[in-house]
Design a protein around this ligand. Sequence first.
Ligand code: NAG
Ligand code: NAG
Ligand code: NAG
Ligand code: NAG
Ligand code: NAG
Ligand code: NAG
Ligand code: NAG
Ligand code: NAG
Ligand code: NAG
Ligand code: NAG
Ligand code: NAG
Ligand code: NAG
Length: 706
Amino acid sequence: MIFRALLLWVGTVAALSTKGLYDLVERRLPGHENDFSFALDDGYRFGGHDTRLLNDTYSISTAQNGTIAITGNSLSGLATGLHRYLTDFAYVDIHWFIGSRLEQAARNLPHPKTTIHGSSVVPWRYHFNTVTFSYTSAFWTWEDWELELDWMALRGINLPLAWVGAEKLLVEVFQEMGLSDTEITSFLSGPAFQAWNRFGNIQGSWGGELPSSWISSQFELQKKILVRMTDLGMVPILPAFTGFVPRAFPAIYPNASVINGSAWEGFDADYTNVTFLEPFDPLFAKMQELYIHKQVEAYGNITRFWTLDQYDENDPQSGDLAYLNSTTLNTWKALKAADPSAVWVMQGWLFFSNKDFWTEERIEAYLSGVEKDEDMLVLDLFSESQPQWQRTKGYYGKPWIWCQLHNYGGNMGLYGQVENITVDAIASLHSETPPIGFGLTPEGQEGNEIVYDLLLAQAWDSTPISTASYFKTWTQVRYGPKAVPQDLHTAWDILRTTVYNNTNLTSNAVPKSILELSPNITGLANRVGHHPTTLNYAPDTLVAAWKHYLAASHAFPALWENPAYQHDAVDITRQVLANHFLALYTDAITAYHTFNASNSSTAYATLVEKKADMLTVLHTLDALLSTLPQFSLSSWLAAAQASAGNDSAEVAFFEYNARNQITWWGPGGEIADYASKSWGGLVGGYYVPRWEVFFERGVEGRGWKG
Ligand SMILES: *[C@@H]1O[C@H](CO)[C@@H](O)[C@H](O)[C@H]1NC(C)=O
Ligand SMILES: *[C@@H]1O[C@H](CO)[C@@H](O)[C@H](O)[C@H]1NC(C)=O
Ligand SMILES: *[C@@H]1O[C@H](CO)[C@@H](O)[C@H](O)[C@H]1NC(C)=O
Ligand SMILES: *[C@@H]1O[C@H](CO)[C@@H](O)[C@H](O)[C@H]1NC(C)=O
Ligand SMILES: *[C@@H]1O[C@H](CO)[C@@H](O)[C@H](O)[C@H]1NC(C)=O
Ligand SMILES: *[C@@H]1O[C@H](CO)[C@@H](O)[C@H](O)[C@H]1NC(C)=O
Ligand SMILES: *[C@@H]1O[C@H](CO)[C@@H](O)[C@H](O)[C@H]1NC(C)=O
Ligand SMILES: *[C@@H]1O[C@H](CO)[C@@H](O)[C@H](O)[C@H]1NC(C)=O
Ligand SMILES: *[C@@H]1O[C@H](CO)[C@@H](O)[C@H](O)[C@H]1NC(C)=O
Ligand SMILES: *[C@@H]1O[C@H](CO)[C@@H](O)[C@H](O)[C@H]1NC(C)=O
Ligand SMILES: *[C@@H]1O[C@H](CO)[C@@H](O)[C@H](O)[C@H]1NC(C)=O
Ligand SMILES: *[C@@H]1O[C@H](CO)[C@@H](O)[C@H](O)[C@H]1NC(C)=O
């Protein structure tokens, strides 16, 4: 008990200190260590155990001693105030892929002449999808995490998911329950597939086993992440025990209530149908208590939020209302027994993805098993396109968060819904069942950073943000701190009203380019759903934006030394080439059909010509992408290899795992190309050969006749 009390005390003191903010300044703004002062107001939010629902606030002013003084009612408020200063006065920021540009701030920082106030409009700003930990950060180093956490803190995120290293203590729980190491290892999935193992979608690994060295090193990484999150005013959401257990469990506990879960995405039963310990079984509560207590001992009592998803793309064994109700009631009781202050956080994805099963009646039965509304927090995962909060009357009273999903599998197309994430997010606040937070739940953090920034900015503005002025400021900061040419503003303004303004929600997430799909004479273009390829804008408008973007460097050649300009030049050009590939493909297929029907030699000549053009585009694209590490396959593979131990078999397994995720996705190509990428090396080394084989059969071989 004394140990616990001490941990609590340490946690509280850490949460009170503004040291985390000073450390951030020291890390990212060398030479400016003495330029800022941070102070908490009276009545501040004190972190993970403050149950009050308060909006965060900040004020920025110039103190008498000349420092830029930032005060606020929480560490997250202070961090957001610092961000507001850095973007609005110094024109610098931290960006995904590009890194921190804060060190570019002027030597003599401008001083605000008046006091600037800010207040969030929601108490919580949430970040991450469970699967982001596999699609994006699977092989991140501590340095990668440091950058991400600074990015998050500055943008006011105060409620992040924290999945890293979850296996370490879960393995200990399984060991204490009497499972052997072999039995446990055969349950765990590879480093690039842990998210779906955590969800109970899959079990086991193909191509190699998850090594214990990885389990330990990820746990060490998690400890650093959690300290940093806490220092920066974030309340981590930690994993709870879900009920998914190794296959051998029923052999050890023959009387336990254990069932086989449903099959996922066509995986073989060995890899799916994950064994599930029913929450009404007393062993469930026992394992929950073990798992939670181990985490509190390891990390301190730093949170009351626990993530727990039992049916994410898994069907419950029964749709019976009493069964569903008892599942949640018992899960909730077990959680509260382990942590009396616990809040159960769940992704609401299932209510959309398995809508046929999850009728309103069943959702109500399921959610109402949690007797106290405030003990649950539902993430309305896809609010910008497929909101479920209206049909569930605001999750029947459970607090919920308005989230932007936007991205499947780390797909890379340019895409956004600027109207929706401003207008609709604010409209939800005026509904009868307003959310208590706004959040980001992308499957992968692959680009389109502006739409994530925009929703997080909206969390600090009570009326829908004017996107015209937002994009203008954003562009200045993106390529700042020097003044940016008008052409850049023009380029982004074109994108704002076209590429980033999809309002046709038939296709409602980041599209992938057809060049990343298995070649076919049919079925590639205009796909909707989970492998979307639909372009929601006229390709010409993107070309117009691209021309302005490049023209900006005619007047300002120094832009080519700016990493943000380089990054976006590759990204926008990538999309221009991908769209051109689609146009060539469409022409080629038309020519093919003409040729097939009439044997026309003109049509055949067109087909041959389009084929050559398509391959040229792919080679050009590959060369373009290879100019930057963040668009290169080699970076992903090198990170995977580097995160393995010294053992060469382990290194090879990690590389295989990394390759498998972005190509075959499964031992037998179960969801092939779902997480495809336009990356240098992958385009040239994988997609090009696929298209060549396709053309060899169809054009040279005059095949494809059906
Ligand atoms: C400067 O003034 C601010 C605001 O009063 C205070 O918080 C900070 O500690 C002072 N810094 C120094 C170096 O005196
Ligand atoms: C937060 O601010 C919004 C917008 O001003 C307001 O509607 C809401 O009631 C506030 N929430 C709390 C908990 O104070
Ligand atoms: C399982 O239940 C049976 C019948 O009630 C009982 O005889 C047996 O001892 C139980 N086994 C265990 C391991 O609890
Ligand atoms: C679950 O699946 C395993 C492996 O396919 C099988 O051996 C076992 O009998 C199944 N258990 C139940 C309860 O259906
Ligand atoms: C796996 O789940 C599917 C239902 O999704 C079921 O049809 C099948 O029998 C299950 N297999 C095992 C081994 O439990
Ligand atoms: C952590 O501390 C809070 C606040 O004192 C308390 O309510 C909660 O039960 C503690 N959690 C655990 C798991 O001990
Ligand atoms: C579910 O369980 C809760 C708590 O025991 C109860 O209040 C509620 O009426 C039940 N709802 C349904 C639909 O069974
Ligand atoms: C946002 O999406 C919702 C759900 O699909 C839709 O009803 C609404 O019209 C959209 N709003 C805007 C402004 O695009
Ligand atoms: C987005 O498109 C909608 C529908 O065409 C239009 O009403 C709205 O003004 C557009 N918004 C922007 C920012 O272009
Ligand atoms: C919306 O998009 C779908 C899918 O691309 C398309 O079939 C439909 O025609 C579009 N609707 C409008 C009104 O443009
Ligand atoms: C091409 O697509 C069709 C229709 O979706 C499908 O039946 C066929 O198997 C695909 N061919 C190849 C080679 O993938
Ligand atoms: C090509 O033509 C043949 C008949 O000449 C026809 O059977 C086949 O369906 C056609 N293929 C396609 C893809 O249209």
